[in-house]
Design a protein around this ligand. Structure first.
Ligand code: UT7
Length: 318
C-alpha cells in the first residue's frame, strides 16, 4: 500500500502590512471592534503589481527547498485558489512555467477557504493510486482584490498570502484520512455573485452575511472534528496539534473547546494574517513547522470551512 507524507512546507506573505488602525481611515470601523470580534490585528496585502502566482511561486520554492526536491521531480502541481491571476491558464500552469518544469499535470482547485484541505485530499489520492510520487500543493490568495473596500463587514477580515507543501510517496501515512463536504444551498450567505459567466462582471466582489456564516461554521467545524476522530478510532488526546482555518479567533476557540484542546495546542495566526482563505492553513502549518512547534511524528488535525459552503478536514502524521 502506498501512502503520502509531507516532505516539506513553505509560505510567503506580501511585505505590505495593513493594521486595524489603518482601516479606520478607509471604512467606518474601529481597531478595537475588529480585534474584539475577530482577533485580527493586522493583515498582509499585495502591492499593485503583485499577483497570486507571485505569492504561490515564493511559497512553492520554500516548500521545495524544505523537501529537498527539485521542481523537475514533481508529477503534479495543484493550486487551491479563488483569486487566480487570470481566467486561464490556471495559476498552477503559470506556476509550472515559473518553476521551469514542463509536462507534469497542473491544475487549480476552487473550494474557497476549504481549498487547501480539498487539494491535500486530491494530492493524497493521486499518490495512493500510484499516479504521482511527488505533488506540490499550494494555497494562494489575493483576496484583497475581490473585496469591496467600502463594505466594513467584509474588508476588515481578509488578507493575502500563500502556503505550500510537497507531498511524497511513503510506505506509511502521512496523511491518515481526509473528510470533504459541501452544500451549495448556502450560496446567499457567502459569495462573489458576479462573473462573466452570468453577465455580471461588475458584481465580482465578496458579500457575506457574517453572523449566519459564523453560527453555521461553529457547528459544522465541531461536527467535522468529531467525524475525523471517530473515523480513525481516536480521541482528542491523540491529537498533538489543531490547525484550523483562520477566519475568526472566536470560531477557533469554539472548535478547540469542542475538542477540549488547550489553545497552546492550536496553531493560531489569525491575529497577524487575517483570513487568507485557502492560504490560511498552509501558512499556519509552515509557521509552526519552522518555529519548531510541530515535530516529525506528531499528529496534526486540519479543518476548514468556507464559501459554497465547503468544509473538510485532514488528519496527518507529520
Ligand atoms: O472564511 C470563510 C468563513 N467566514 C467566516 O467564518 C466569518 C464568520 N463570521 C464572523 O467572523 C463574524 O460574524 C464577523 C466578524 C463577520 C462579524 O462579527 P459579529 O459579532 O457576528 O457581528 P455582527 O455581524 O452581528 O454585527 C454586529 C454589529 C452590527 O451593528 P448593529 O447592527 O448591531 O448596530 C454591524 O453593523 O457590528 C457592526 N459591524 C461593524 N462595526 C464596526 C459590522 N462590521 C463592522 C466593522 N466595524 N468592521
Amino acid at each position: 500500500m502506498q501512502y503520502s507524507r509531507v516532505l516539506g512546507t513553505g509560505s510567503y506573505l506580501p511585505s505590505r502590512v495593513m493594521t486595524n488602525a489603518d482601516l479606520e481611515s478607509i471604512v467606518d470601523t474601529s481597531a478595537s471592534w475588529i480585534l474584539e470580534r475577530t482577533g485580527i490585528e493586522k493583515r498582509h496585502l499585495v502591492g499593485d503589481t503583485e499577483t497570486c502566482c507571485d505569492l504561490a511561486e515564493a511559497a512553492a520554492r520554500n516548500a521545495l527547498d524544505a523537501a529537498g526536491i527539485a521542481a523537475t521531480e514533481l508529477d503534479l502541481i495543484l493550486v487551491a485558489t479563488t483569486t487566480p491571476d487570470q481566467f486561464f491558464p490556471s495559476t498552477a500552469c503559470l506556476l509550472q512555467q515559473r518553476l521551469d518544469v514542463h509536462g507534469c499535470a497542473a491544475f487549480d482547485l476552487q473550494a474557497v477557504c476549504a481549498g487547501f484541505v480539498y487539494a491535500l485530499d486530491v494530492a493524497d489520492k493521486f499518490i495512493r493510486t500510484g499516479a504521482a510520487k511527488h505533488v506540490l500543493v499550494v494555497g494562494a490568495e489575493t483576496i484583497s482584490r475581490v473585496l469591496d473596500w467600502t463594505d466594513r463587514t467584509t474588508c476588515v477580515l481578509f488578507g493575502d498570502g500563500a502556503g505550500a507543501v510537497v507531498l511524497g510517496a511513503a510506505d506509511e501515512p502521512g496523511i491518515i484520512s481526509s473528510h470533504l463536504h459541501a452544500d451549495g444551498a448556502y450560496k446567499e450567505l457567502l459569495q462573489i455573485p458576479g462573473g462573466h459567466g452570468n453577465g455580471r462582471p461588475e458584481a465580482a466582489f465578496m458579500e457575506m452575511k457574517g453572523n449566519e456564516v459564523f453560527r453555521i461554521a461553529v457547528t459544522t467545524l465541531g461536527r467535522i472534528v468529531e467525524e475525523t476522530l471517530e473515523a480513525n478510532g481516536l480521541t482528542r488526546d491523540d491529537i498533538d496539534w489543531l490547525i484550523p482555518h483562520q477566519a475568526n479567533i472566536r470560531i477557533i476557540q469554539a472548535t478547540a473547546r469542542k475538542l477540549d484542546l488547550p489553545l497552546e495546542r492550536v496553531i493560531i495566526t489569525v491575529a497577524e494574517h487575517g483570513n487568507t482563505s485557502s492560504a490560511s492553513i498552509p501558512l499556519a502549518f509552515d509557521q509552526a513547522v519552522r518555529d519548531g512547534r510541530i515535530q516529525r511524528g506528531q499528529t496534526v488535525l486540519m479543518e476548514a470551512f468556507g464559501g459554497g459552503f465547503t468544509w473538510g478536514s485532514v488528519l496527518l502524521r507529520y
